[in-house]
Design a protein around this ligand. Sequence first.
Ligand SMILES: NC(=O)c1ccc[n+]([C@@H]2O[C@H](COP(=O)([O-])OP(=O)(O)OC[C@H]3O[C@@H](n4cnc5c(N)ncnc54)[C@H](OP(=O)(O)O)[C@@H]3O)[C@@H](O)[C@H]2O)c1
Length: 305
Amino acid sequence: MKMIRLANGNVESSVIALGCLRISPLPGKTVSKLIHTAIDEGINFFDHADIYGGGRSEEAFGKVLKEMPQLREKMILQTKCGIGKGYYDSSWEHIVNSVDGSLRRLGTDYVDILLLHRPDALMQPERVAEAFSDLQKSGKVRYFGVSNHNSGQIELLRRVLEQEIVVNQLQLSVAYTGMIDAGLNVNINHEPAYDRDHGVLEYCRLNNITMQAWSPLHYDQSDEVFLDNEKYPLLNHMLSNMAESKGVSPSAIAVAWIMRLPAGIQPIIGTTQPERLRQICHASSIELSRQEWYALYQAAGNHLP
Ligand SMILES: NC(=O)c1ccc[n+]([C@@H]2O[C@H](COP(=O)([O-])OP(=O)(O)OC[C@H]3O[C@@H](n4cnc5c(N)ncnc54)[C@H](OP(=O)(O)O)[C@@H]3O)[C@@H](O)[C@H]2O)c1
């Protein structure tokens, strides 16, 4: 497994991370097997949120940690806060209480990285700054970041935060490429040119903010993946051909596509099946050529200007 450095080089992480959104309904043994498979494959980074499974995902993970507490120090644990029921909340109270809940459920006394899960239209950056500083001083959180934020929103925070923003987690896959389309279609009067996120890809790269790709096998916000999906015949054909020639799975090629971007993007893998996770981890040893990368981009339905 390839390693990358986050947080200005202070955190050494596997380039591939395991996302824990979907683990809450699984039997305890399966959760344990998934986590151990991840570790066997060299994954040391685990992504959570207070709301995953209504808190039960963190609990399920915490049970495995309780059985094997020695695992904690080998792991980078990231969680998120800021989504309430029907509203977003970046208040001091919400952030601090949410972290206390995550720590209790995970059975740990600190998380490595805390992300604001979504932008909050009512955000007061000064209150976020107070919450982050209090959490850091108390030793409950080491580093801070955001998810689904654009560059302007990150700037607003950076003006007042004592800490660096080290991560921005956004949806990205070979079939969900808005951030890339805008950069390839500058000043062209058609839909792919619309910059929906304020140049966030370039902004994160310029500011040493690690981008993480959520839902790396999805093509929209529904629960459907593009793999083996009849809506993407050409993409699947090309993924299968490349997979066969490189001796890996199509899912590994799809994840390698994300990792080929020079921004150093960390895909967050959401499978609950240990064997699928193993297959995807082969992405770490593949480097797609420039031609292969562009061929997959176009097979997903995109056009170059
Ligand atoms: N920041 C945010 O707003 C945000 C939003 C969503 C997710 N996330 C994070 O991103 C992580 C990944 O999201 P995701 O679960 O949507 O990602 P994903 O890896 O794109 O999707 C995984 C889902 O696809 C299914 N799948 C179908 N065929 C598959 C195949 N051949 N290989 C692998 N999986 C296949 C999996 O089912 P099986 O389990 O049966 O394999 C699972 O339900 C989450 O766990 C969470 O940590 C963050």
